[in-house]
Design a protein around this ligand. Structure first.
Ligand SMILES: Cc1cc2nc3c(=O)[nH]c(=O)nc-3n(C[C@H](O)[C@H](O)[C@H](O)COP(=O)(O)O)c2cc1C
Length: 486
């Protein structure tokens, strides 16, 4: 077995533009593929991708893409089991709830891990099909349990880059080294309330237990941590468990989750966290670390690209402009609703410090009939049935249990959470699935409402939105970003 190839991206030059990972399934394979074909870096989101895969199957797998990818995977018996359980050739009956996957646990059974692995393979394989461009995969450090199986699946499909933020992904580089050699990998599970003398809890994944394709080494993808502070960059450069190959430096204007401000507790009159001088990343110090870096958050313009390059960056990572492109996985209804609001200058984005059960500030677009509205939020029956954002906590006798601040308040409190901490929390798992057009119909017949996230610079979409048409393509975004600055 040859040693895994670490280090630079394959190919000669770094891409100037990274299309940011956008979960759930907003940066799907179609979007990433369109971007990668232009020579820039398309990135698929791996967050919740296992649920996305089985929902696509239950919706009839229109176009046959999931089945095409599964037919190419090195685990045919597992793929057959997934197909026979979840594929509905005619799709679901109206109002039929999606069959759910079992939630991820501290000791998730191998068969369930395999579904994550298949899904990681599927999305990257589809994004890479039919061209030689590079494809990245984005995961959230915070959603720790599914990450190793998804990464291993993505590596079998030859993912070129792994990008991870929302936490400190210190152990991931070493895990990538191990997975590339088909060796068991482990990540430490954070457990709320763990005692000093409790044994560490590990999330383990053993490629050998998946039973195929373990003779030749896999190419080890480059790893780019997504960070918002110099201290984190230094930590990752010096103390990560393996090599990193670059950084994405993400500011608080970016879509999705944001890092909380330093010196918390200050809010503006709309309740948004206030960021200050201490939150500004010193790019000279980043450059001095000697890695290529990309700037994210409000950089999606030719001027943003020029300014990033002038500051020593390799380029920019852009999310919001791509999120509303024709190829993105956002459901058509909400996409055109927002594009109309952008055109009529009535769209607004807010940094909500409470919405996400993770406790990180989360950017929310105010859109009618979505969870951003108080009426929709109040009307929704709290339920936790996907569970990606749950926290592990120490229960009686040291047992590990899980809770989520957006589950029913009484359940959260019974599990040791506080009612105050549950207030205002939104079910991002269900909300983001709904935004991707795969909303769950609950037992009472209610359909989960969507929640939309975007960066503060959402109005910049006007610069590329043609008058004659309701939408624009990923190629339009690339042409705009690489076009004249004047
Ligand atoms: C709809 C949407 C979803 C996002 N989801 C994620 C995510 O799952 N993981 C992540 O690391 N970043 C996520 N981001 C951040 C983007 O990857 C990117 O860094 C950011 O959008 C760049 O700033 P911009 O929005 O001003 O272009 C998301 C952004 C958007 C707009």
């Amino acid at each position: 077995m040859t040693a895994a190839i670490a280090g630079r991206l394959p190919g000669s030059a770094w891409p100037q533009i990274i299309q940011g990972g956008m979960g759930v399934a907003i940066s799907n394979w179609t979007l990433a593929r369109a971007v990668s074909r232009t020579g820039q870096l398309g990135v698929v989101s791996g967050t919740g991708i296992d649920t996305v895969m089985v929902r696509r199957l239950q919706d009839g797998d229109v176009g046959g893409h999931v089945r095409r990818a599964l037919a190419a995977c090195p685990w045919p018996a597992l793929a057959d089991r997934v197909l026979s359980k979840y594929f509905l050739p005619k799709g679901r009956a109206p109002d039929q709830p999606y069959k759910r996957l079992p939630m991820w646990m501290a000791n998730t059974p191998t068969s369930r891990q395999g579904i994550g692995m298949l899904a990681g393979f599927m999305e990257v394989w589809l994004a890479k099909a039919g061209h030689a461009g590079r494809v990245g995969v984005n995961l959230l450090t915070k959603v720790a349990i599914p990450n190793l199986p998804i990464l291993y699946g993505a590596m079998h499909a030859q993912a070129d880059v792994v990008l991870m933020g929302a936490g400190i992904p210190r152990e991931i580089p070493g895990a990538l080294d191990k997975l590339s050699l088909h060796e068991p990998a482990a990540l430490r599970l954070d457990v709320i309330g763990a005692l000093a003398d409790d044994a560490a809890r590990w999330l383990r994944f053993d490629p050998q237990s998946m039973g195929a394709g373990t003779d030749a080494a896999l190419r080890r993808p480059a790893f780019f941590p997504i960070i918002a502070a110099n201290s984190l960059a230094t930590l990752m450069a010096r103390k990560a468990s393996g090599s990193i190959e670059g950084f994405v430096i993400e500011g608080p204007t970016a879509g999705g989750h944001n890092a909380p401000p330093r010196g918390q507790g200050r809010f503006d009159e709309e309740g948004q966290p206030i960021y200050g001088e201490r939150d500004v990343v010193d790019l000279d110090a980043i450059a001095a670390l000697g890695y290529p870096f990309w700037i994210a958050g409000g950089s999606g313009s030719p001027q943003g690209l020029a300014s990033a390059l002038a500051q020593g960056a390799a380029g920019i990572q852009v999310g919001t402009l791509f999120a509303y492109a024709d190829e993105s996985g956002m459901a058509c209804g909400v996409k055109s609703q927002v594009l109309r609001a952008v055109r009529s200058r009535t769209v607004s984005v807010r940094t909500d410090p409470l919405a996400s059960p993770t406790g990180f500030p989360f950017k929310v677009v105010d859109v009618q009939d979505t969870l951003s509205g108080d009426d929709v939020y109040q009307k929704r029956q709290r339920i936790c049935d996907l569970g990606y954002l749950r926290d592990a906590y120490r229960g009686e006798g040291g047992a590990i249990h899980f809770r989520c601040a957006s589950e029913p308040v009484e359940d959260f409190v019974r599990k040791g959470g506080s009612a105050d901490d549950a207030a205002g929390r939104k079910c991002l798992c269900n909300g983001l699935m709904a935004t991707a057009g795969i909303a769950q119909t609950q037992k009472d017949g209610s359909v989960e409402p969507a929640i939309l996230t975007s960066g503060d610079a959402i109005n910049d979409i006007r610069k590329i939105l043609p008058q004659a048409r309701d939408g624009y393509s990923a190629l339009d975004v690339i042409s705009y970003l690489t076009g004249p600055t004047g």
